[in-house]
Ligand binder design. Structure first.
Ligand SMILES: O=P(O)(O)OC[C@H]1O[C@](O)(COP(=O)(O)O)[C@@H](O)[C@@H]1O
Ligand SMILES: [Mg+2]
Ligand SMILES: [Mg+2]
Length: 342
């Protein structure tokens, strides 16, 4: 077989070439988006190498600070945040940043302004850092209305206005997953080349799933639909086999598995946390964008997650993410609950 001629082959497709191909679909584009993604990828490679040698480089443990969420910051939370703020500002393509680890939105100095807004969770799954379980980075990208007059309202936009979203998982291999609005593609880092190579083209989440993923430790505080859904996973009424429970406790890793295997990942509201735990702008929106682009759904218990309009940058929201039919099921349970006047 003559490989050389087939320039559109998916193997050996690097993320840079992939994004360039995507960009060529927009004749008006000048390469800004490719440069921005290039710097996000660079940040991920940097964090990936820090995670890999965390135990050796004394990057395990607490940093001694507390973030706006009231969480004790891990050393890698702080390092990852610094890496991404530097990578995004130095790209010269951003004007406003929102990070889980920074209380206020970061307005980029006008001299380094670009037209993109990036919201990000520099290190997701912090509770798993010290035990070496898969963790990640999550990001979402918006376009500013007027880069010469940037305000907080420019980022308090619904998720359905996002241009692109993705995550990088630091696990047994380092995987970068992205959508620019034309489906979802996954790339694996080849450490010997230092390149992300396309390994998971056009990811489609299975329509149904055999896995449910939730922190059952919160079960006593759940509402009726969540309780019924999980009960039905364990004791199905239709004679089908019980579902398997898989919960890593790192959203990136639980979502990555859900995209590939199907099922449902959820962090529902409960009596103790009426808005759940996960943050709307840099956790719920990017993952909802990816799940929908892969043919799945994202639901809050009341509405489509991407239609929410955030009122502040660290707002939390309950979320159910996963296979199309699993979300249809939880929607029915909530509809029945509301119909009974709950
Ligand atoms: O320990 P819990 O309550 O199950 O929460 C786990 C969830 O919290 C998170 O760790 C929150 O994200 P951060 O680690 O970025 O703060 C998610 O990755 C994960 O899904
Ligand atoms: Mg997180
Ligand atoms: Mg985090």
């Amino acid at each position: 077989m003559d490989h050389a001629a087939d320039t559109n082959r998916t193997d050996l497709m690097t993320i840079t070439r992939f994004v360039l191909n995507e960009q060529s679909k927009y004749p008006e584009s000048r390469g800004d988006f490719t440069i921005l993604i290039g710097n996000i990828v660079l940040g991920c490679k940097f964090v990936c190498s820090a995670v890999n040698k965390a135990g050796l480089a004394k990057l395990i443990g607490l940093a001694g600070e507390t973030n706006v969420q009231g969480e004790e910051q891990k050393k890698l939370d702080v390092l990852s945040n610094e890496v991404f703020v530097k990578a995004l500002v130095s790209s010269g393509r951003t004007c406003l940043l929102v990070s889980e680890e920074v209380e206020e939105a970061i307005f980029v100095p006008p001299s380094q302004h670009g037209k993109y807004i990036v919201v990000f969770d520099p290190l997701d799954g912090s509770s798993n850092i010290d035990c070496g379980v898969s963790i990640g980075t999550i990001f979402g990208i918006y376009m500013v209305k007027d880069k010469d007059n940037v305000t907080l309202d420019d980022v308090l936009q619904p998720g359905n206005k996002m241009l692109a979203a993705g995550y990088c998982m630091y696990g047994s291999s380092c995987t970068f997953v992205i959508s620019t609005g034309n489906g979802v593609n996954g790339f694996t880092l080849d450490p010997s080349l230092g390149e992300f190579i396309l390994t998971h083209p056009d990811i489609k989440v299975p329509r149904k799933g055999k896995i449910y993923s939730v922190n059952e430790g919160n079960a006593k505080n759940w509402d009726e639909p969540t309780t019924k859904y999980v009960e039905n996973c364990k004791f199905p009424q239709d004679g089908s086999a019980p579902k398997s429970l898989r919960y890593i406790g790192s959203m990136v890793a639980d979502i990555h598995r859900t995209l590939l295997y199907g099922g449902m990942f959820m962090y529902p509201a409960d009596i103790k946390s009426p808005n759940g735990k996960l943050r709307l702008l840099y956790e719920v929106f990017p993952m909802s964008y990816l799940m929908e682009q892969a043919g799945g759904q994202a639901f809050t218990g009341k509405e489509r997650a991407l239609d929410l309009v955030p009122s502040h940058i660290h707002e939390r929201s309950p979320v159910f993410l996963g296979s199309y039919e699993e979300i249809e099921h939880i929607k029915e349970l909530y509809a029945a609950c509301y119909a009974n006047g709950a």
